[in-house]
Design a binder for this molecule. Structure first.
Ligand code: AMP
Length: 572
């Protein structure tokens, strides 16, 4: 396809505002693309490389302005281009209005597509040149990149230059999103949109999916699978409560939420996983690591590569979190991990400064089997199996529970161990790459805490029989105190002992395990929700209350009032 033909269609698409019209025009474009289908399917969304490919053009605005200025002739400087862009706010509009092509002689020196000067540019030539440009490295690379770009501008005019400039600066903006291309692939090649969607999730490559849809139809799309070394989008979580989880699924899979950075591990003991750029037949040829944005982060994380090499002896794709740990094994804030991710030089030194470890929570592929459609619990079993004994320390435990109190205990343990809290997952759910859905919930942090007075307690059971274990909480009113919940979670054994010592002098009466306590001690309490409830005298109940600490600085008179509780309940 000629670049001019692509540009004309892009211009027509840009002029449409209705989704249906855009979809139709993209469908026509894909149908007309012939051999250039993979490239056109990407360019129309302003993408030069597939999403799984972390190759970058690395063209900043100034380099682009210099190339435009050079193609525009002797009288134009990069500053002039910049000033015009600042004025009209669109590099495409500026490029389209220069009169390029006067530099034919010079163009021959550019890397060009090897075409004679008079030929119109084709999409394939642009793609070949942009790939060459992305591959340029080392000293003088900026000059070479500018020359390649100049040569492309020099051979383009009007709308060709408009979309070329926007493409190389990732500013295509013709109103074509991923959904429009997905739908257009389905329409153009008469395949079910669900099959296109699934194929896009596993390949992350619009070009490849478009070609397979055209050549092999729906069944071809269905046979596309994961490929080791090619990252897929990470499944994402949304905020939710324990109540949401148990209402929807009855049983929740509960995991610790690690405060680190997401990493997808791709490993094949037989090799061939590398991108060809680095060593082959070395660890990087067998193991690659990708960030949540699908950037290759193998090189900055050698100890994770070493761990994977040691633990895995079958091909696998794992999902997990890289965490930074202190010398005593406790987690460090995630900024420490990010620092490691960004490190390009002196990795060995960085490694000495901050130790990182892998926590694996999902398995997308194991020993030849794609597991995306398997239930979470089965994927976790496969994860445990592929990690084996050597990898066991990295396995993130998964607890199945239908009991809010038990979940609260896991949450308290996670917080005590220095983690962020918990994730709640639907045990039966499939892995949906790149999607944020209801099957993974990150437990909402407590909204606002309440300072409540302890007006009762219960003796514990078993080994805690000598200690007060559950505490009745009350809010202040003008006439005294009204109850609104009991808290028993979030309290360590040591804290229980201290709390028993603190409260025993205030015990008024006992009836079996129940104890009446004179209002004296104020607890800071977290919760998920305040609900109207007949169970307590205030008419409200706290969902999921958690002990956060004793407000030693507060008397019962300073505790939160029932009025504040009512206000918070209304605001939810
Ligand atoms: P957020 O970044 O707050 O949207 O929370 C979601 C992120 O938590 C995920 O993308 C992961 O990077 C991270 N995470 C930590 N632990 C887990 C876990 N056990 N399961 C899933 N995601 C986790």
């Amino acid at each position: 396809m000629e670049l001019a033909a692509f540009a004309e269609r892009a211009r027509a698409i840009e002029a449409e505002s209705a989704d249906g019209e855009i979809r139709e025009r993209v469908t026509d474009l894909l149908t007309a693309a012939n051999d250039d289908l993979p490239v056109v399917a990407r360019y129309v969304q302003g993408r030069v490389f597939p999403a799984h490919d972390s190759t970058k053009l690395d063209i900043g605005p100034s380099l682009c302005y210099e190339a435009i200025a050079k193609a525009a002739g002797r009288n134009v400087a990069a500053d002039d281009v910049e000033a015009r862009v600042a004025d009209v706010g669109d590099v495409g509009e500026v490029a389209a209005n220069y009169d390029f092509g006067g530099q034919q002689g010079l163009a021959a020196f550019g890397a060009g597509g090897g075409q004679s000067d008079d030929d119109g540019l084709t999409v394939a030539e642009v793609d070949a040149d942009l790939r060459d440009l992305a591959a340029v490295e080392g000293s003088g690379s900026t000059d070479t990149k500018r020359d390649i770009l100049f040569s492309l501008f020099n051979r383009s005019e009007g709308d060709e230059a408009r979309y070329l400039a926007r493409l190389v600066l990732s500013e295509m903006r013709i109103g074509v999103g991923e959904g429009a291309v997905r739908d257009a692939i389905a329409d153009a090649f008469d395949v079910p949109v669900e099959a296109v969607e699934r194929a896009l999730q596993v390949t992350n490559d619009y070009g490849e999916v478009a070609v397979v849809a055209r050549e092999e139809g729906g069944s071809g799309l269905e046979s596309l699978g994961l490929e080791i070394g090619r990252p897929v989008g990470a499944m994402l979580a949304q905020a939710g409560t324990v109540t949401d989880a148990l209402d929807d699924w009855e049983t929740a899979a509960v995991e610790w939420k690690y405060d680190g950075a997401r990493v997808q591990v791709h490993h094949d003991p037989a090799g061939g996983v590398g991108d060809g750029a680095g060593e082959s037949d070395g660890p990087n040829d067998r193991t690659r690591l990708f960030s949540r944005n699908m950037e290759d982060v193998t090189d900055p994380l050698p100890e994770i590569v070493e761990f994977v090499e040691d633990a895995l002896d079958a091909p696998a794709i794992l999902d997990g979190e890289v965490v930074a740990v202190a010398d005593d094994g406790s987690p460090l804030p995630f900024q420490e991990v990010l620092r490691r991710f960004r490190r390009k030089h002196d990795v060995a030194k960085a490694r000495e400064d901050v130790t990182v470890e892998f926590r694996a929570f999902d398995c997308l592929h194991a020993a030849g089997d794609d597991l995306l459609d398997d239930p979470l619990v089965d994927r976790h079993d496969r994860l445990e199996a592929v990690l084996g004994e050597a990898g066991a320390p990295a396995l993130s435990p998964l607890h199945l529970s239908d009991d809010p109190d038990e979940i609260a205990d896991i949450d308290a343990e996670a917080l005590d161990a220095g983690h962020e809290g918990i994730m709640l997952k639907n045990p039966e759910s499939a892995y949906t790459p790149g999607r944020r859905g209801k099957n993974w919930l990150k437990r909402k942090p407590d909204v606002e805490t309440l300072d409540l007075v302890v007006t009762g307690a219960e003796w514990g059971e078993g080994r805690r029989a000598e200690l007060l274990g559950t505490f009745l909480l009350s809010a202040r009113t003008d006439d005294g105190f009204e109850t609104l919940g009991k808290v028993a979670t979030g309290i360590t054994d040591e804290e229980l002992e201290a709390l028993s010592d603190l409260l025993e002098p205030h015990v008024l009466s006992e009836d079996g395990a129940d104890v009446d306590v004179e209002p004296a001690v104020v607890f800071e309490v977290g919760y998920e929700e305040i609900q109207p409830s007949p169970t307590y005298s205030s008419g409200y109940a706290l969902r999921f209350p958690r002990f956060l600490g004793v407000r030693e600085d507060k008397d019962p008179d300073d505790a939160d009032s029932l009025e504040r509780v009512e206000r918070l309940a209304e605001r939810q």
